[in-house]
Design a protein around this ligand. Sequence first.
Ligand code: ZN
Length: 267
Amino acid sequence: MQARPVTLAEGVSHDIASRADRAAALWLRQRNVPLALERPVVSFTFDDVPDSAVTNGARILAEHGCGGTFYLAGGLADASFGPWRFFSPSDVSLLLDQGHEVGCHTFSHPVVQTLDRARLTDELDRNRQWLTAADPRVKLESMAFPYGSVGFFQKAWTADRFTSCRGVRHGLNVGRVDRAQLRAVQLYDCRLDAEGLAEIIAETVRSKAWLVFYTHDVQDGPSEHGCSPALMERAVEAALAAGCEVLPVRDAMALAGESKLPQSRAA
Ligand SMILES: [Zn+2]
């Protein structure tokens, strides 16, 4: 199957049945784990990984001594979409060398909600094979749903294979968090101004929460799904200045308390 880009959710159906299925997944398929944090945590995550997410996003985090989580879909490697060129296979090793986490974003970036179990399994297996061929050090523990879209059945199937799965439902993760559909906040220049950034960091500190940012390209004049290097720097520096730990998703999940998390078997 050819990989379909990317952030545009035109493949996500908005009919009543599909919306009800997503709502059922969100509210009825939770895998809640206690997350008792000593300090608030901020994670920076990147979906699809245009090359600027590596050259700028990974670099900015590394310069601050921090790691991020990069959700890669092997089928997008070396592909182009509009103004974007995606990561290259060699970027997998580069990201690991810099201390970042490589996560799973399926292989061909389908709408997960539309997949039966066999096709979903194939997407996850194929991506694992591609990523471990690119670098055998890859150990997939974290997953993000393309378009943030997942249904009632697919949510349970993916939760069985990963320590965490991230959606795009806006919000902080606090208290008992749904590791099968982590909440997230857009790190997009067009959505988050300086005031908004200060507010969300302050709220993260106040509620001792885990804030998971997500973005795509990281470049001057970013797309509507991306951020500028300046916003990225401001966000990292604001998180650190506020006393937050900045951790890859995998490391934040490791702070989950007494819960029994699956050993990402075969994922
Ligand atoms: Zn994506």
